[in-house]
Design a protein. Structure first.
Length: 160
């Protein structure tokens, strides 16, 4: 299978491109939709509490029908409830699911990396003399000294 530099299968890139093209043709923006749902700006269901509130407001309205100030306060309360509870109630389960989905785009899952093993040579700084470590760290060690150390004969060029 042909691959790109990132080792993504060509057919996978082609399918992704086709999907993005179809979404654009349909005018769909899944990311915007997911954010709207997460923020509670999408869906058209009322909050379940709104029905409970209306059931309690009916008898209260009848009881205070002659008190205009109390009726006005109740209507204000009802307006606030409708504003926050009608057409846009999104259960927390759905909001959190959308938030988690969006996080995957912001912080993609990474593959674990195994840092154990060697790179062909076993280097042990504990076996180096302080003089050799100092020469290496200060950039004073020559290539010959480095090779001599790697071959196990550190003293071969240390006198230079």
């Amino acid at each position: 299978m042909a691959t790109s530099d990132k080792k993504t299968p060509v057919h996978s890139r082609k399918r992704t491109k086709e999907l993005l093209q179809r979404l654009e043709e349909m005018g769909a923006d899944p990311l915007k939709f997911a954010v709207d749902v997460m923020d509670g700006r999408e869906l058209t269901t009322d909050h379940p509490f709104l029905k409970v509130l209306y059931n309690h407001l009916r008898p209260l309205r009848r009881a205070i029908k002659d008190d205009k100030e109390a009726l006005r306060a109740m209507e204000e309360l009802e307006d606030v409830a409708v504003k926050y509870l009608r057409n846009g109630h999104v259960p927390i389960e759905i909001r959190s699911r959308h938030a988690l989905e969006l996080l995957q785009y912001m912080y993609p899952k990474r593959k674990s990396v195994d840092h154990s093993g060697t790179i062909g040579m076993q280097l042990n700084p504990d076996s180096m003399s302080d003089e050799m470590l100092t020469r290496i760290m200060t950039g004073q060690a020559t290539a010959e000294e480095m090779m001599a150390f790697l071959e196990g004969t550190e003293d071969a060029g240390a006198a230079n």
